[in-house]
Design a protein around this ligand. Sequence first.
Ligand code: HXC
Ligand code: NAP
Length: 282
Amino acid sequence: MFQMDLLKGRTILITGGGTGLGRSMALRFAELGANLFLIGRREEPLAKTCEEIRAKEIRAAYVSCDVRDFAAVENAIAVAEKEFGRVDTLVNNAAGNFIARTEKLSPNAFNSVMGIVLQGTFHCTLALARKWIAAKQPGNILNIVTTYAAANSGSGFVVPSACAKAGVLAMTRSLAVEWARYRIRMNAIAPGPFPTEGAWSRLMPAKELEERARQNHPMKRFGRHEELANLAAFLLSDLSEYINGECVVIDGGLWLRGAGEFNDFVDFPEAAWDVLESARKK
Ligand code: HXC
Ligand code: NAP
């Protein structure tokens, strides 16, 4: 679908780029010609993903960095600039999340997720956009949120994440307008369930939960990483230059299944439909 040089000449910074969806995006963007700079806290997955990218003869580098620390983010960007000259694209993908009854949370548990997701996104966005604006150069930002942010529904049992992701979506829509005059675009993707070690170990820790989630899905399957990575590539590319402030849901229809009042009818057996339809004929 894409020309293989779609992202050629770009340098893309991905937060949380060593694992899960961040890693899959990094590998796909590399195939499409971009240089990659990855940040995260743990060095090992960052180094491993960079090696995989370099094996494709694409430039990649990383630095260990906690996005909650603004000075560390500024330092990481300085390292990226030393390596590549300039970073022109940012993917705010790093996140923290866990399932918990909210009344059991400590204030620090709430702060921890808000710090990674909302402040971390702001830190990376601010540090790069200041540079782009000062240099009068365009920029491109993609934020990874969730369907409970996109649907404006929130979600019980993941309240810190629901609050933080809603904030990221508000930031996306606000800055899309405020910074359009600087040729900075900002969009979001709201993924449904995509199997990753990070998300599954915290949110889907038992096989039964996983199977229940699959059975409740309208398409009876989870997302494939390449589906999300291709959408991200499109939204970052010049093919989508007029898309700004948008949040694209990629969940196979999952959140809508819970929203429509009669959607549970998908589980009706044939016999139940026979009864319903014969009642109409009377
Ligand atoms: C309640 C918890 C908790 C849990 C940690 N805490 N885990 N509280 N239930 N399961 C509390 C701790 O007790 C502590 O509070 C505070 O949170 C900070 O914990 P630390 O372990 O010190 O924090 P830190 O090392 O910064 O780790 C952050 C983390 C961790 C969010 C807690 O899980 C992490 O590093 N996650 C990164 C990766 C991740 O979460 N990936 C999944 C993204 S999936 P006290 O008061 O004791 O100090 C995703 C999908 C969404 O977002 C949509 C799915 C459909
Ligand atoms: P993941 O592999 O756990 O990704 C989270 C990444 O963020 C990790 O690489 C982690 O690396 C990094 N990170 C966490 N805290 C950080 C911090 N303080 N500073 C820097 N980096 C930090 O999980 P994933 O499923 O791929 O999630 C990726 C994104 O997709 C997240 O935004 C998530 O909310 C979103 N999402 C995922 C799903 C899904 O089903 N998988 C659904 C909806 C939304 P370190 O721990 O090494 O720092």
